[in-house]
Design a binder for this molecule. Sequence first.
Ligand code: EPU
Length: 342
Amino acid sequence: MKVSTNTPVSALTTMRLGGDARYCITITTPSDLADAYAFAADKGLPTYILGGGSNVVGRDGGFDGVIMLNQLKSITAVSETSDQLLLRVGSGEDLDALVHFTVARDWCGIEALAAIPGTVGGAIMQNAGAYGQEIAQVLLGVDVYDTQTGEHVHLPTDDLALCYRRSIFNSDGPDSAKGRYFITAALLNLHKNELAGDLYGSLQDYLDKNDISDRRPQTICAAVTVIRGEKLPDPATTASSGSFFKNITIDQADIEPLRTQYPGIPIFLIGNCWEIASGWLIEQVGLKGQLIDGMRVSDKAALILINESAAGYDDLARARETIVAAVKERFGFTLQQEPEEL
Ligand code: EPU
């Protein structure tokens, strides 16, 4: 267990904003956790679990607490048959590295999650999804450290209330367990099939344009990597946290009136939720590509904000306010921020 002091949150998060965290403890083995949480309790400080920092924005005042920096890395086959693989994966593993590990062996289940920045733990916490797949579809359960009891236990997926960008780990509802558990590992169920049924629109378009008809995991992973690369900034070179706003979820009954009022409005069924593409709403109000208070609304995908020259979190907050107000005035929907705040 390594403890550092006054660690800039801006250096640990891909949006590159935020003041210092009082302490940062690097967790490299699950047995570090008891000591790490005892350290925080002893000092009477709050804790925050951080993975790749790709979906967290830091505030200017910093974090007067203890960041638990997740570096739990391991990929172990629990069982393998000719058509099914159970993998136990350390939650600090890089999600894209895991995707490449599985597709190289021809396993199907997470190939469309290629090139999403961040860790496996982060992906579970917010049920990461892209191009028709969600981590929920392959997750059998998680190993967690329970900070209330000090025990390491297993929680089956049914207990995690996974839905669009939500789980018990990040939601405030009645089933919230925010801050209670540290996910240490994920149990994933992969299979030898290929993606079935209708593919996500832009993925199918890409395959059609490039005359690709096979759906092998490696093929899908490569296609998604190219599609994402064209739109999503690389955190290594560009400060951003991917989609900055969630899509708007609506009831099925709202679809027809919306389509009548706004011809061309993109509405999709994702999992069991109907969603309006918020990027389209932002584009319609004329903000795509604009620089607002140092934050650039990406000219490739309007849902993405890039920290081009923000002086701090307050600039981001002002840019957010401008975008939310414009969409609200024109369409009546209130955009919700996707990244968490620290
Ligand atoms: N669109 C526009 N203008 C834009 C952006 C999008 O009109 O500027 C339209 C597109 O034409 C398309 C629709 O919106 O009809 C959907 O666009 P896209 O496929 O780019 O996906 P998205 O809704 O912008 C979501 C996720 C992404 C995920 C992609 C692919 C959310 C908040 N975002 O984006 O996730 O990669 O679908 O599945 O759910 C993330 O969460 O950080 C993220 C990148």
